[in-house]
Structures are given as structure tokens and as C-alpha cells.
Design a protein around this ligand. Structure first.
Ligand code: TYD
Length: 422
């Protein structure tokens, strides 16, 4: 028998208060009303706008209509994207799709913004139908009925408010309460929810018992010292989380307790007598631990694992900088990584002279950073050789551009790759 799952949008797939609250504040300001309090905003999501402007902000009906215009103006321009996909929702949708379940969205929002939001956040591709409220058809029950399959199928309505549960029951379908949204567990239970899930993954387990979690992805960030990797790791994480990806950070050398001890040996200026081969093997040893203890398990549980430096650093620094050679370093690392490579690597392109200038301005230099200029010139060359060998694995961005521009370029390329892999 066919299975269908309909999802509510606000509070179930996406957490939309940021845009809604900013628009409510904007409308109040334009109307010359005092800014809404936290208490008012908490009650804002759910009831119709006109009602909220009148009963929560104390406007007359005429004022509320004008406020609604201001609200919509900002919502259409920006507010609809000031939104977040709940963590775990992407895994839930991927799991249902892999099990052959048909999916759709049934929402109290108008069609334009609903479709824009689903497309913007890359959720549209999972959906086979969309039912949106209109003035003539505001009730969830009717919306559900409008997309019900004709022949006998098992159908579920998943939503976070009583309207979703009551609408589902009235339309004769199964109901699952999304307790991660705006409605409380109590509200969902008392309105007759057949099942309740506290997280999207719990919903996947109830809808498809025994289904495996879809794999996440492994990404790395590379560049010369001082190229701004840490800032860009943070920025990328913020964006990916907004899209509902569950991100975990790690770094090399390090990332595990053993790896952090190896890091100390590698970076300490007490160890100036270390041979180039010892150095290459220590980086590889830390990596062997990291791949098994941290990277593979995170990817297996659906995480996007974002690693500050990986194998490419060894190729550039030990292969190029120390002149061990690209192929030699790859050989040494083969048993450490055993085929575990990033889906995509962000390379922050900075010439070694600028890197040197930025480095010298920073705090105390470590054993790698105090190497001569020629060393860093060879590291830079090493990276360029790697990228030329395998261009499709890299996103190359100019590290001297404006931070916001760099963040935007990285986010676009990474999102495209991750969504294509879903
Ligand atoms: P770190 O303080 O993490 O530098 P950054 O903030 O620039 O990433 O130090 C890591 C140093 O180790 C850096 O100089 C690059 C070097 N390195 C290698 O030489 N080989 C490797 O395989 C890795 C992972 C790092």
C-alpha cells in the first residue's frame, strides 16, 4: 500500500520566528507603536496577523490593516528567509524518501512564500504536493482533503499545533505530533495526536521503524597559516545549521585525545631536531586515529563533519614545504585514511608573502610557522599542484577579499554540493 506523509511548514519543517518577529517589530515601528515585548511575540505565531495586531498590540482594525501591509512588505523582501530548518529534518525527509514514502506540505501560509521557502532551503525536491491556505479555504481539514490520494493509502499528518492534529483527524488520516515545534506535548496529546515525536529523528523511527540514518558528509578547509580559516569555519557552520545540517567541527593536527598529544609534539618549538620523515609520519598517525575515532562515526550518524585541515595539508607542507614529494606523502597517508576523503575542500587562497605578514602580526609562532619564506612558498605551490590534479574537489576562494564575500562564496558552493548529494 502507498504511504503518504504531509508536513506542516512553520514549526514543523522550519523554525520561523526570527523573520516573523522582525517583521512584527518593523510594522510596530512604522506605525509609531512601542516595540512588541517578548511575551507578545511568543503568542504571535499561530493566530492570523490582523488579530495579533489588534489584540496583542492594541491597534484598531484600520491600524492593523496598515500594519499588516508593512509586515508583508518586509516579509516578502527578507523575512521569509530569516528562517531555519530544524536540525534532523533533512535526515527525516531523506529517510522517508529512501523508504518510498510520498511526501507533501500542508500549510496555513500562502502559496508564494511557502514555495519560496521550500525551494530556498532545498526541501522542495522531497515534496510531491503542496496545499496552502487561501481566504476561501483556511481550514487544515480541507487542505488535507484537497491533496489526499484517491486510492487507499496510509496517510499521516505531521504538525506541531492542535490545528494540525484536529485537521488530520477530521480528514480521517493518522496524526503525528511534532513536539520539537511551537506546540507543547500537552497541546498535541489533548488534541488527539496518535503518535508524538520529540525530535525529527524520533518521527523517522515512528514512521519507518528500523530505517537506517542517511550518511552525512565530510568537508575540509585548507589554506596557508593566516588565511582566515577559523573565521570562515564559524561562518560556514552558521549557514549550514540554518539549512538544518547538523555540523560538527574538528581539526588537524588534533581532533582526538591522542591526536591532541601528537599535535603538541608537532608544534612545540622544543622539537627542532625532528626529521622531516618523523614529522610526516606523526601527522599521518594522528590522522589514522582521527579518521576512525571521529570522522567516520560522525558521518555515519548523519553529521556534516567540518575539518580544519586534513590530508591536503600534509601534501602541501610535508610534500611541498619539506620536499618529501606529493606522491611519497600520499603513499604514507594511504593506510591512515583508507579511502576516507572529503566530499569537498574549501581552499582559502592566500599568497605566502601575505600569509607571512599576517602571521608575524599574530601571537607567538609555532614550529611550523617559523619556517623560512621558501618553505611557505613551496607549501603554496603544493596546494596549487593538488588543486590542478583534482579541481572538482575544491572550492577556491580569494582569501584577501572581504570576509562577507568569502563567506557567501563558500556557502553557495558547499550548499550546492551537499544538496546535490542528498
Ligand atoms: P594550527 O595552529 O592548527 O595552524 P592553522 O591555524 O594555520 O591551521 O597548526 C597547524 C600547523 O600544522 C600548520 O602550520 C600546518 C601544519 N600541518 C602540516 O604541516 N601537515 C599536516 O598534515 C597538517 C594537518 C598541518
Amino acid at each position: 500500500m502507498d504511504r503518504w506523509v504531509f508536513f506542516d511548514l512553520d514549526g514543523t519543517l522550519t523554525q520561523s520566528e526570527e523573520g516573523i518577529w522582525k517583521c512584527a517589530r518593523y510594522a510596530a515601528e512604522r506605525m509609531g507603536f512601542p516595540p512588541p515585548t517578548e511575551e507578545m511575540l511568543k503568542k504571535w505565531i499561530g493566530p492570523p496577523l490582523l488579530w495579533s495586531f489588534q489584540h496583542l498590540m492594541g491597534m484598531t482594525e484600520e491600524e492593523a490593516r496598515r500594519a499588516q501591509e508593512y509586515y508583508r512588505e518586509r516579509y516578502t523582501a527578507a523575512g521569509k528567509y530569516e528562517n531555519r530548518v530544524y536540525p534532523g529534518v533533512r535526515s527525516l525527509l531523506r529517510t522517508l524518501r529512501a523508504q518510498g514514502v510520498h511526501m507533501g506540505v500542508v500549510t496555513g501560509k500562502p502559496e508564494g512564500p511557502s514555495r519560496d521557502i521550500l525551494q530556498h532551503f532545498g526541501l522542495w525536491k522531497f515534496m510531491e504536493c503542496l496545499a496552502c491556505a487561501t481566504d476561501a479555504r483556511p481550514e487544515k481539514e480541507d487542505l488535507i482533503r484537497s491533496v489526499l490520494p484517491e486510492t487507499g493509502a496510509e496517510v499521516w499528518m505531521v504538525g506541531d499545533r492542535r490545528f494540525d492534529m484536529e485537521g488530520g483527524i477530521a480528514a480521517g488520516v493518522h496524526t503525528l505530533g511534532a513536539a520539537w515545534g511551537y506546540g507543547s506535548e500537552e497541546e498535541l496529546r489533548s488534541s488527539g495526536a496518535e503518535e508524538i515525536a520529540r525530535t525529527p529523528w524520533e518521527a523517522a523511527e515512528k514512521l519507518c521503524p528500523g530505517a537506517e540514518r542517511p550518511a552525512g558528509a565530510f568537508l575540509s578547509m585548507e589554506g596557508l597559516d593566516g588565511s582566515g580559516k577559523s573565521t570562515q569555519m564559524e561562518r560556514l557552520t552558521e549557514t549550514l545549521e540554518r539549512y538544518g545540517f547538523e555540523v560538527e567541527h574538528t581539526r588537524e593536527p588534533g581532533g582526538t585525545p591522542i591526536g591532541e598529544k601528537i599535535r603538541e609534539i608537532l608544534l612545540s618549538r622544543e622539537n627542532m631536531e625532528m626529521t622531516d620523515m618523523t614529522e610526516a609520519l606523526l601527522y599521518a598517525a594522528g590522522r589514522a586515529q582521527h579518521v576512525r575515532e571521529r570522522i567516520r562515526p560522525a558521518v555515519a550518524t548523519g553529521k556534516v563533519l567540518l575539518c580544519d585541515r586534513f590530508l591536503d595539508s600534509s601534501v602541501a607542507y610535508q610534500g611541498g614545504g619539506r620536499q618529501l614529494g606529493v606522491d611519497r606523502v600520499l603513499e604514507i597517508n594511504a593506510p591512515a585514511v583508507e579511502g576516507t576523503l572529503p566530499l569537498l575542500t574549501v581552499y582559502l587562497d592566500l599568497d605566502h608573502r601575505t600569509s607571512l605578514r599576517r602571521r608575524s602580526a599574530a601571537s607567538e609562532l609555532d614550529r611550523m610557522e617559523i619556517q623560512k619564506e621558501e618553505f611557505h612558498a613551496r607549501v603554496e605551490e603544493g596546494y596549487h599542484e593538488l588543486i590542478a590534479r583534482n579541481p572538482e574537489r575544491y572550492v577556491v576562494v580569494d582569501a584577501r577579499s572581504d570576509r562577507d564575500e568569502i563567506a557567501k562564496a563558500i556557502a553557495e558552493a558547499v550548499l550546492e554540493k551537499l544538496m546535490a548529494a542528498e
